[in-house]
Every structure is written in structure tokens, then in C-alpha cells.
Design a protein around this ligand. Structure first.
Ligand code: AMP
Length: 220
């Protein structure tokens, strides 16, 4: 089962991708996470990506496609994968289709987490991540047991550079201009499944399960 989790920044793609990984035993392919690792490790890719990411701009298509191409052929993707934060442009979506065609695969569902733009800024500004294990939190909706410390490993929680207010507006504008057109793209392909991403995490999980279970067995 090959899935795309689609939605604006802060829609909860990362959180729900982790749920899909745990429930359906397929890997999450998050281009944002891979790029953040590259930045942290100061690889040549990370050096290209750093400034763009900090400003809220997209990393060039060919760079992102390079990392997806390398990741998607690994053996853990044999039974499926959930793409999180990719594709983000029409050329990325076109290229993905070609990559999958060559592998004799296709996307089963594009799950769109729909969230009002007013709610997004609040979500992003409260988002925190463990500086050590990467576990995600939200100061209001999913706070840690001890303030500013990770429940799992006790390390300090940090705010992503690009979740700061000045960058968030740019990310939302970039989303509207470059990424939102993918809705029509996947609608036309008959793959888009809308989910209300504004509710409680468990309700969203339930809806995602329904979408996915509708497809199990469809494409053996
Ligand atoms: P995310 O964690 O998915 O919100 O991604 C964080 C940042 O990484 C984005 O704002 C972009 O700068 C970059 N990025 C992640 N995925 C992509 C992509 N598919 N195409 C271009 N840039 C990306």
C-alpha cells in the first residue's frame, strides 16, 4: 500500500504518518526529516538545503527527487510506504509517477488532511520537537509531562527554526502557490481522500484507518 499524506504545514502529517507506520508496518518517507538530517550532518545536500528551509522556501525539485529516488528503492519499501511532505510541486508529482511506473508500482491513496489556515499558525507556533530522539509535541494539544522535556528520553524540546512566526507566513504562501494545486492533480487522478484534520488526533486516526482499510486487498 503506497500512500501520500497531503496537507499544509502543520496539518499533522508527521503525527499521522507515525500512526500509519505503527499500524500498518510500512515506512514513513519524510523529505523534511531527511533534509533536516542532512542539514544537521552538514552534508553537501544539507548545505544546499539549509538557507532555503530556514526561509520557508522549497528545496529545488531535482534535489528532493534525488533523495526520494534513493529512498524508495530500499527493501523496506517493498510492501509500501507513506510519503510525508512529498510531492510538493506538480513536477515532483509527475516525476514520482514515472519513478513508480518504472518500479511497477502506483499510489493507492492521497490522504488530504484538511485544516483551516487560521488554525495552522497556532499549531505551528506551539509545535516542539525533542532535540535528541525527534519525538513531536504540541504545547497545548500534546504537551510533555514535564515542561520542555521529552517524555521518552528526557532531552530538551526545541522549536524548529522554520516554525517561527516570521517563517510560517512564507511557508503558507509557498504552500498555496506551489503545493495546493496538487489537490486538483490528485482529484483528477481519482486518488484524493479528504479527511478533516482539525479534530482530535484519535478521530483523524480512525478516519485514516477507514480510508486505508478500504484499499486493503484492492491491489494485491
Ligand atoms: P516539512 O518538514 O515537510 O514541513 O519540510 C520542511 C522544509 O523542508 C520545507 O519547508 C522545505 O524547505 C523542505 N522540503 C521538505 N520536503 C520538500 C519537498 N518535497 N520539496 C521541496 N522542499 C521540501
Amino acid at each position: 500500500m503506497n500512500l501520500i499524506l497531503f496537507g499544509p504545514p502543520g496539518a499533522g502529517k508527521g503525527t499521522q504518518a507515525k500512526f500509519i507506520v505503527d499500524s500498518f508496518n510500512i515506512p514513513q518517507i519524510s523529505t523534511g526529516d531527511m533534509l533536516r538530517s542532512a542539514v544537521k550532518e552538514q552534508t553537501p545536500l544539507g548545505l544546499v538545503a539549509k538557507q532555503l528551509m530556514e526561509s520557508g522556501a522549497l528545496v529545488p525539485d531535482d534535489v528532493v527527487l534525488g533523495i526520494v529516488r534513493e529512498r524508495i528503492v530500499l527493501s523496506d519499501c517493498a510492501n509500501g510506504f507513506v510519503l510525508d511532505g512529498f510531492p510538493r510541486t506538480i513536477p515532483q508529482a509527475d516525476a514520482l509517477e514515472l519513478i513508480l511506473e518504472q518500479m511497477n508500482k502506483r499510489i493507492d491513496h492521497v490522504i488530504s488532511l484538511d485544516v483551516e489556515s487560521a488554525a495552522i499558525v497556532e499549531r505551528l507556533s506551539g509545535r516542539r520537537t525533542c532535540s535528541s530522539c525527534g519525538k513531536g509535541y504540541h504545547l497545548i494539544y500534546d504537551p510533555p509531562r514535564v515542561a520542555a522535556l521529552c517524555d521518552s528520553c528526557g532531552a530538551a524540546l526545541i522549536q524548529r527554526e522554520d516554525d517561527r512566526e516570521e517563517t510560517v507566513q512564507n511557508r503558507l504562501a509557498v504552500y498555496e502557490q506551489q503545493t495546493a494545486p496538487l489537490k486538483a492533480y490528485y482529484e483528477q487522478a481519482g486518488l484524493l481522500r479528504h479527511i478533516d484534520g482539525g479534530g482530535a488526533i484519535q478521530d483523524i486516526q480512525l478516519q485514516i484507518k477507514k480510508v486505508i482499510q478500504g484499499c486493503i486487498g484492492d491491489h494485491p
